[in-house]
Design a protein around this ligand. Structure first.
Ligand SMILES: Cc1cc2nc3c(=O)[nH]c(=O)nc-3n(C[C@H](O)[C@H](O)[C@H](O)COP(=O)(O)O)c2cc1C
Length: 455
């Protein structure tokens, strides 16, 4: 019952009887109840009944903060006809940029699509429901799997939009020896109880266009594209009225993707966990590594579409910094790996929390494309078979092993993708709490910075 007394005090001190009655009517409507059922003699008593019996702690805390802010700003404490209201009925303080209107979201925080496990329907749905954009990493899934997962995420989101993310990298040649790769993986396979050779695949995975079509059919409302040129997917997204969010790791790619029809560009700095989102991989495996701060600022100056910052952003201070650089939002991957709903085994979560800033490094051997993650027994074994088989052959050669390692929670043989700020991940937490905390921290950081002007 936290917050009842505080709210009663705030209302008693700052609201006239007429305003208290208007607030009562507004709250009753938002909570789907009849105002007539609120018990008490006058509006203040009846509001106390609503605070105590119809609202939970989180709703009371949000209302208290919202009222305090409006009173401090000299606004009417009675909410306007169309307040910002969380789909689940929780009032969330505002943090808006024009990107929010473009994507149909309430707060400019994007969950990165993270294929092969982390982005579960529960995680995606919870982030969207909390006001951000939950994005599903659907690369490598079956079409039926995509439809079922997106439907479930959209259901949890309760009407808020969810996105689908696909990967469109060009193939990457490498002249490693398949027998050598097989030999270095053999002891690990034995250790996991796997047969000597991966089972024959069920044919190539569905192409990105089919994955996107399946996602849109199941209710996705945003299309996100990583690791290459989004243009082949633009007509499909346009036909469904879905904005295209394209990832870029260089200014040149950001300009190209915007010209190709991307509605939003994500500037992915070198700090980012997971694959480097670029088509520009040199034959020796090296990739552009421009830091988030340098990249975001330059991309903002060069493209006309909204820019979202990604890479190393873990809290409100990071989001405030991204907004200061001119980004209209932030995309976070590593931060959400410790969400309760994320499909991330315990050993991976521990590896994140205990990582030093220098531990997440660029690793090419696991998938055949450069990605940032934490080294382990798997990467060390694969080093002995360098340069490996390239993309996507190397990813296929390690795929069932990585899946088995995740099922058995054997961090030493998983792909431990992680950004450079992994150690800021914190404890396991429900995704909605992470989103709420990000908003509160960002607002607090902005207020702290604004206060510097007063001194
Ligand atoms: C575990 C993991 C998986 C990822 N998978 C994808 C993916 O499937 N598609 C994609 O576009 N980006 C993927 N990324 C990269 C993110 O889009 C994003 O750029 C990155 O997470 C931002 O940096 P941060 O991890 O420091 O927040 C992945 C990142 C991580 C950490």
């Amino acid at each position: 019952m936290d917050g009842v007394d505080g709210l009663v005090r705030t209302v008693g001190v700052h609201l006239s009887e007429g305003e208290a009655d208007a607030l009562l009517g507004w709250l009753a409507r938002r909570l789907g109840r009849s105002k007539a059922l609120a018990r008490g003699d006058g509006p203040l008593d009846r509001l106390e009944h609503v605070f105590a019996h119809w609202m939970d702690d989180a709703q009371r805390a949000h209302l208290e903060e919202w009222l305090a802010r409006r009173i401090a700003l000299g606004d009417s404490p009675v909410p306007a006809a169309r307040p910002r209201w969380h789909p689940s009925g929780v009032l969330v303080p505002a943090l808006r940029t024009p990107l929010c209107d473009l994507l149909g979201i309430r707060i400019p925080v994007l969950l990165a699509g993270m294929a092969n496990g982390p982005t579960t329907p529960e995680l995606v749905g919870a982030v969207s429901r909390a006001g951000g954009l939950g994005t599903f990493g659907v690369a490598g899934m079956s079409l039926e799997g995509v439809r079922a997962a997106v439907r479930r995420a959209a259901e949890i989101a309760g009407g808020a939009p969810v996105g689908v993310n696909v990967l469109v990298p060009p193939p990457l040649a490498a002249d490693g020896d398949p027998e050598r790769v097989r030999a270095v993986l053999a002891p690990l396979r034995r250790d996991l109880g796997l047969p000597e050779d991966p089972p024959p695949g069920a044919g190539p995975p569905p192409p990105p266009s089919e994955l996107v079509a399946a996602g849109l059919e199941a209710g996705a409302r945003v299309v996100s594209v990583g690791l290459g040129d989004p243009s082949p997917l633009v007509p499909l997204a346009r036909a469904a009225g879905a904005p295209v969010v394209a990832m870029a790791a260089t200014v040149e790619e950001a300009v190209r993707w915007a010209a190709a029809g991307a509605d939003v560009v994500v500037a992915q700095g070198a700090e980012a966990g997971g694959h480097r989102s670029t088509a520009e991989v040199a034959p020796d495996g090296s990739v552009p590594l421009v830091g988030t701060m340098a990249l975001v600022r330059q991309v903002v100056r060069r493209v006309d579409v909204p820019v979202v910052a990604a890479g190393g952003i873990m809290d409100g201070a990071g989001i405030a910094a991204a907004l200061a650089l001119g980004a209209q939002g932030a995309q976070l991957g590593t931060r959400f790996l410790v969400a309760r709903e994320a499909g991330v085994p315990a050993s991976w979560r521990t590896a994140l929390r205990t990582a030093r800033d220098t531990d997440p490094v660029i690793i090419r051997s696991v998938s055949g494309r450069p990605a940032r993650g934490i080294r382990n027994r798997l990467t060390e074994a694969l080093d002995d078979a360098a340069p490996g088989l390239g993309w996507p052959r190397q990813a296929a050669a390690t795929g069932d092993l990585r899946r088995a390692a995740a099922e058995q929670d054997r961090g030493e043989m998983m792909a431990l993708w992680a950004g450079q700020a992994a150690a800021l991940a914190g404890d396991d937490q429900p995704a909605a709490e992470i989103v709420d905390a990000l908003v509160a921290e960002t607002r607090a950081e902005i207020a702290r910075l604004a206060a510097l002007l007063r001194g």
